[in-house]
Design a protein. Structure first.
Length: 79
């Protein structure tokens, strides 16, 4: 199972990224858990200073942007 974390305090970009990831996981039948992380201290543990952040299997994949769907799918299928 893939572990996905969307890091952000709740801004519009954070909400958009979370919705996009959840939709891609559901539509593509990907075995993943998607977690929203809003705790600033936990976000800092990943070294991000801009949101949204995207962490897949404990590896930071993006910071401060909303990646395109094809890039997200590539990351989700990397295993």
């Amino acid at each position: 199972m893939i572990s996905v974390k969307v890091l952000g305090t709740g801004c519009k970009k954070c909400q958009t990224l979370e919705a996009k990831v959840r939709d891609l996981v559901a539509v593509n039948n990907i075995d993943a858990t998607v977690e929203k992380v809003t705790d600033i201290n936990e976000m800092m543990n990943y070294g991000i200073m801009m949101t949204p952040g995207l962490v897949i299997n404990e590896k930071v994949k993006s910071i401060g942007i909303i990646p395109k769907d094809d890039q997200l799918l590539n990351w989700l299928n990397e295993i």
